[in-house]
Design a protein around this ligand. Structure first.
Ligand code: SF4
Length: 74
């Protein structure tokens, strides 16, 4: 199942399925180019539309998504 943006845990982290819709007022750390596929925590492979994220166990996040826990992939 995909993470629902309205899920309280997701909303608290500012998760959006489309990174371009990140709430930049609430989460000023967002910068263009940040999305789940460029996040160190993302468990999907390059090119996958969705993948796992340890912050949302048992669910999938959109590769094009984003949340405020984004961390640059090494
Ligand atoms: Fe996406 Fe990273 Fe947030 Fe997980 S921690 S939802 S992979 S941005």
């Amino acid at each position: 199942a995909m993470v629902d943006e309205k899920d309280p845990a997701a909303a608290g982290l500012g998760y959006v399925a489309d990174a371009k819709k990140a709430d930049e007022k609430k989460f000023p750390k967002y910068a263009a180019g940040q999305n789940c596929t460029t996040c160190a925590l993302y468990q999907g492979k390059a090119g996958d539309k969705a993948g796992g994220c340890p912050l949302f166990a048992g669910k999938q996040v959109a590769g094009a998504g984003w949340c405020s826990a984004w961390a640059k992939k090494a």
